[in-house]
Every structure is written in structure tokens, then in C-alpha cells.
Design a protein around this ligand. Structure first.
Ligand code: SF4
Length: 467
């Protein structure tokens, strides 16, 4: 029988436990929830982490007019309100924290920088308090002053040690200052560089750690420009490039072309062309491959190298060990705790140290050898393709799922399978459930935004009352 250690030593033992019992339970629950077809050896959900989370119903308004836009027509009738945002995010994160003690969560809605910097910072603090590692979603058309005020408290001192932003910059967008309409993706390279430079400045001048992702909406018009987009952007400092093929969801007035013509293999080929490498997406799977393809790796100079070689059984064994010993590990915990927890894993399983060193040697060899790696400073760069579904597909499939039925129609069933394996969830604490983002945007957003427009109406124009 094991004896429980109490006092400071007991606290230390608990604090340095590599994976908490709550995190283990969350992983097990996640694995049990997954449908059979995605329970593969490569599946990260339920083996390494839980799903990614996103906010909804907080600040749907945006000052751009993109084509397409996944927000419903009423979104821009809703006032951006800091108190509402903080309260809603608090409720949603508290609910999610009961499902899993930690996860990545997207602070997403309309345009996040329409929030006052103090409200934005308060919201990020709420998310962190609930164990979430937040990422703010923006069109990036902001100045350094906004970012500086975000990380700086009223007392002039730094209040945020790290920030993560996903910045959406592409030719489907309308409204960027000085670039209201742009024909080619390459014409936006300078803007991508400007945004990346602001975050570099946050690091050097304010000592803030930053993670910067780049989002792109893919349409029939810009799909073949992905290589030139990446050629200009991949060395700028973005740690992730995430491509979302457009879907028929959101405001119908903003649908411009036949998005059903977008073939996922063709898009992935274009991403590979731009990345300058084959991008293996089966070695680590996130949910359903029809929804997500993800390739984790790094650049040394112009050479992109996958973190795991999918053709090498030794690397597949590394993946399995990662899931077995570090599944549920909280990598966003404070660095000293992460170091102590990893040390405990190594002490408990010394064989893993040899496995890790052998993997590092192989990976460096694939990257061109130590000399090249040391000279070129590796840059972690992840490539993602996330394929949202059309609202007209999601609505009937979700209605059947809600009533516990799987459709005999193979097309509807395929949508149901993807929804059941969803890796991107949004919380509804009022109903005691989470829903896939496809359901949120394709089914629930219209009524939710209409209600928000009543709750948070825009200020009335004063001109009319002045006459
Ligand atoms: S949000 Fe939709 S496309 Fe994304 S993982 Fe969930 S079901 Fe798939």
C-alpha cells in the first residue's frame, strides 16, 4: 500500500508529477468519446492531448468585409463589449476546465483587436486562470502601439510574459489600411513582414515570448498562389501556416465562387510546393483526416524536416513512447515545472533518454548534420489544413446525431463521423455540452448573433437626433 506524503515534500511530489490524474482522466474520456475509425496509433486526441477549444458569442463584430466570411449576417450588428467578453469567456472556460485541466484555446470571434487592450489582456488572464493556453485571432491590421498596450499594464509594467496570435492575411479580405483590395497573395508579403516585425519587436523591446501563426482562406482564385505566398512568408517568423479551404458557411452575401471545386489533395500539393518539402500528415493525426492534416517540423535554412520520419519504424516507436509517457503532459506550465517533470520521467524510465538521443541524432542527420543545424538556427514550422464543412451538410447530420441516429446515407454519415471526431470544440455551459465549430458556425451562430444584436446593440448615430 502506498503512503501519501504530506507537507512541503508532498506538495513537491504532486507539483512535479509528470501528468496529473485529472489530465489522465481527460485523455481517457476523450479516447472513449472518439469513434472507432479515428482510433489509430497516430491519433493525438485522447493519446497526447484533448481537443483544441474556441470561444463563441463574445465579440462577433469585425471591421473587414472578407469574401467569404464564416460569421452570420447579424454579426456586425453586435457592439464589442469588454465586460460581456470577459464574463462569457469566464463561463465558457470554467466549463471547459471541468472537462480537462489544460488545453489550447482560441480567443476568436470577429476581430479581437476591436477589444480595448485592457479587456483583451483581462480575457487572456481569465483563460490562463482556467488552464487554457490562449491564442488571439486577428486580421493583423493593427499597430505596434496596440500590442504594446496589450502586454503593458496601467502601471507601465509588463503584464503578459507571452502572447500567441493567429493572423489572417490573404487576398479574400477587404478593408486592410493601404491595401483595401489586393489581386495576388505575393502583394501581401510586405504586410506579412510588417506584422511579423511587430511581434519580433515585442520580444526584443518588451521581453515577451511570442508565438505567431498565419491563417489563409483558400478559394479557387488563390489556391494556385499558395506556393508564392509561402515562398515570401516562410522565413518571416511565423511558426505555423494554417490553410482553411472556404466553405459555404456564414454570411451568404459574401459567397463568391464554387468552393466545392476545392480538392484537398490539390491544396496540400500546393502547400508542399510552397514549403519546399513533402509534408507527412499521417504520422500524427488530429481527429479525422478529412478535417485536418498537420505536419510538424522545422526549417534549417530552406530545408524543412519533419519531426518524425513516417517511414522509419524507430521514429514510430518514438511517437508511441511520446504518447505513453508524455500523453497529457502540460507543456505550457511554467518552465521550471516542465523541466522538473521531464526529469522525473527520465529518472523513472532511463531507457527513454537513449531513445530521445538516438531520435535527435537521426533528425539532425536528416536536417543536414550538426554543422548546418548549428549554423542555420532551426525554426519550428507547422503546416495545417483545416477543412470546415458547408452549413447545409452539417445541419441535417447534426440533427440526426442529436437524436442519437447514424444516417444510412453515406454522405450524411461521413459528416456525422467527422463531427463525432471533431478536434475543435466550443463550450455551451448553459446546455452542459460542447459542440464542433462547424455546428457553432453553420447551425447555432445565426440565432446566437441575432440575440446578441438585441443584447448589445450598436450605439445609435447621433446625427439623426441632432437635426
Ligand atoms: S470544426 Fe468541423 S472541420 Fe473542424 S474538426 Fe470539427 S467537424 Fe471537422
Amino acid at each position: 500500500m502506498s503512503r501519501q506524503v504530506v507537507g512541503p515534500l508532498g506538495w513537491l511530489v504532486e507539483a512535479t508529477r509528470p501528468v496529473s490524474p485529472a489530465a489522465r482522466r481527460a485523455l481517457e474520456r476523450r479516447w472513449q468519446e472518439l469513434p472507432e475509425h479515428v482510433r489509430t496509433p497516430a491519433q493525438t486526441l485522447g493519446q497526447f492531448g484533448v481537443e483544441c477549444e474556441g470561444t463563441h458569442g463574445v465579440f462577433p463584430r469585425c471591421n473587414f468585409t472578407c469574401t467569404p466570411c464564416y460569421h452570420s449576417a447579424d454579426a456586425n450588428r453586435v457592439r464589442v463589449d469588454g465586460a460581456h467578453t470577459v464574463a462569457e469567456v469566464e463561463a465558457q472556460m470554467a466549463y471547459l476546465a471541468r472537462r480537462a485541466p489544460h488545453a489550447h484555446a482560441q480567443l476568436i470571434g470577429g476581430e479581437v483587436t476591436l477589444l480595448d487592450p485592457d479587456d483583451h489582456a483581462t480575457t487572456l488572464a481569465v483563460m490562463r486562470r482556467h488552464g487554457r493556453e490562449p491564442m488571439s485571432f486577428s486580421h493583423g491590421d493593427v499597430d505596434f502601439d496596440y500590442l504594446n498596450r496589450l502586454v503593458t499594464g496601467p502601471d507601465g509594467r509588463r503584464r503578459l510574459r507571452r502572447v500567441s496570435f493567429a493572423v489572417h492575411i490573404d487576398t479574400t479580405m477587404r478593408g486592410r489600411r493601404g491595401l483595401r483590395r489586393v489581386a495576388r497573395e505575393a502583394d501581401l508579403t510586405a504586410e506579412r513582414a510588417r506584422v511579423a516585425a511587430m511581434f519580433a519587436r515585442l520580444r526584443t523591446e518588451r521581453g515577451v515570448r511570442t508565438l505567431l501563426a498565419h491563417n489563409v482562406t483558400v478559394t479557387p482564385e488563390n489556391v494556385d498562389q499558395i506556393p508564392e505566398l509561402l515562398a515570401g512568408a516562410r522565413g518571416l517568423g511565423y511558426g505555423m501556416f494554417s490553410f482553411q479551404p472556404a466553405a459555404f458557411v456564414g454570411d451568404e452575401r459574401r459567397w463568391r465562387s464554387d468552393y466545392s471545386a476545392l480538392d484537398p489533395d490539390r491544396i496540400w500539393e500546393r502547400i508542399e510546393e510552397g514549403a519546399g518539402a513533402r509534408l507527412p500528415y499521417r504520422v500524427l493525426q488530429v481527429g479525422d483526416l478529412r478535417c485536418n492534416r498537420t505536419a510538424w517540423g522545422f526549417y534549417t535554412g530552406d530545408r524543412w524536416v519533419s519531426l518524425l520520419d513516417e517511414d522509419d519504424p524507430r521514429d514510430l516507436a518514438v511517437r508511441d513512447a511520446l504518447f505513453t509517457y508524455l500523453g497529457g503532459f502540460h507543456f505550457s506550465a511554467p518552465a521550471p515545472l516542465v523541466a522538473l517533470r521531464l526529469t522525473r520521467v527520465a529518472l523513472a524510465h532511463p531507457r527513454l533518454v537513449g531513445t530521445a538521443l538516438a531520435w535527435a541524432r537521426r533528425t539532425v542527420r536528416r536536417a543536414g548534420g550538426w554543422r548546418r543545424v548549428l549554423a542555420e538556427r532551426p525554426r519550428l514550422t507547422t503546416f495545417v489544413m483545416h477543412r470546415f464543412m458547408d452549413a447545409s451538410e452539417v445541419a441535417p447530420a447534426w440533427a440526426l446525431l442529436e437524436s442519437g441516429q447514424m444516417s444510412p446515407d453515406p454522405d450524411v454519415r461521413a459528416v456525422q463521423e467527422r463531427l463525432s471526431a471533431c478536434s475543435y470544440l466550443m463550450a455551451h455551459p448553459e446546455d452542459g455540452r460542447c459542440v464542433p465549430a462547424c455546428v457553432q458556425h453553420g447551425v447555432l451562430d445565426p440565432a446566437e448573433n441575432a440575440a446578441l444584436a438585441e443584447l448589445l446593440p450598436l450605439p445609435r448615430r447621433r446625427a439623426a437626433s441632432a437635426t
